[in-house]
Design a protein around this ligand. Structure first.
Ligand SMILES: Nc1ncnc2c1ncn2[C@@H]1O[C@H](COP(=O)(O)OP(=O)(O)OP(=O)(O)O)[C@@H](O)[C@H]1O
Ligand SMILES: [Mg+2]
Length: 287
């Protein structure tokens, strides 16, 4: 977290942004700021509108309300290509990789360098391998063998390669949709490390997650969405990980649920009135 990061002008800004799918209002009144060298975390429960929000920034969907600004100028992105041209790269959970192709081949997928004049032009394999190696190393990613099929890497390593790829192709903004959702503790740590590395290289990172602890490890700013709008928006020095957890757990709802559960004898939900076909022995005496 560079100390001057909060004063650098935003790359991407959302002001009062909303999106309706037909008559479903998935998102409304959302303000969000993405600055170079900062990690903006977007949290929220299922259906809160996280994916809708990033699809607007990624050019996949268009907002129906409010303003999206890039470098201060209002824009309307009509395709993911538009977003990429503006330097906004998105790494989706189900990564667009070809599992049987080597790591270096996937690194350049769709943007392969060639050498030699037409019609003898061919893929510049040596350059692809060299560049992949250098870029992964620059991000602190150590892989034994770049020739191994990318499908043999762990989920965390694949996310890391995708992050290094976005950095190499000149992204200024990196959007990560739940990159740690399917990962164990150790692999999540690996991905968080590369999120920090991308931030240190000056990218503005938008990190979408369900996990307040993951968010708090790398985040500079936290936005919690709830039912399509912003419930909390706070800089790191204004919020604790406990506050975040509280909001993610649905705060007041959780307290009400606890109260309800406490009234049930034994502290457990009342048993289903329908008799079970396979009654468990000693059920009544369970604490
Ligand atoms: N293409 C669509 N058409 C209609 N409604 C949609 C569409 N996509 C999303 N929605 C609705 O918009 C709301 C927000 O969905 P969204 O996918 O953005 O939530 P999310 O926060 O990403 O949830 P999750 O954590 O489950 O990924 C939901 O009520 C969802 O049903
Ligand atoms: Mg989603």
């Amino acid at each position: 977290m560079a100390s001057d990061a909060t004063t650098r002008p935003p790359v991407v800004e959302l002001a009062g942004v909303g999106k309706s799918y037909g008559n479903v209002r998935a998102l409304y009144g959302v303000d969000l700021t993405v600055r170079p060298g900062q990690v903006t975390c977007v949290l929220g429960d299922n259906g809160a509108g996280k994916s809708t929000l990033i699809k607007i920034i990624a050019g996949l969907h268009q907002h129906t309300e409010g303003e999206l600004r890039i470098d201060g100028a209002p824009v309307r992105l009509s395709s993911p290509r538009d977003a990429l041209d503006a330097g906004i790269a998105t790494v989706y959970q189900d990564l667009a990789t070809v599992p049987l192709m080597p790591v270096w081949r996937n690194f350049f997928l769709g943007s392969e360098p060639t050498r030699g004049p037409w019609p003898l032009r061919r893929l510049d394999i040596a350059r692809m391998k060299r560049t992949t190696d250098a870029e992964l190393r620059a991000m602190g990613i150590e892989l034994d063998d770049l020739d191994q099929p990318i499908g043999t890497l762990s989920g965390g390593q694949r996310q890391s390669v995708a992050i290094a790829r976005a950095v190499h192709f000149g992204a200024r903004v990196l959007i990560l949709d739940e990159p740690t959702a399917a990962l164990g503790v150790k692999q999540s740590g690996v991905v968080l490390k590369y999120i920090a590395a991308a931030r240190d290289r000056g990218l503005g990172v938008v990190f979408i997650t369900h996990n307040p602890h993951h968010a708090y490890l790398v985040g500079d700013h936290f936005t919690v969405l709830r039912l399509g709008t912003v419930e909390v928006s706070a800089a790191r020095d204004r919020i604790t990980v406990d506050d975040l957890t509280h909001h993610m757990a649905g705060g007041a709802e959780l307290a009400a649920l606890r109260h309800e559960l406490a009234r049930v004898p034994g502290g457990a939900p009342a048993p289903d009135p329908v008799e079970s076909e396979d009654p468990v022995e000693g059920k009544e005496t369970a604490p």
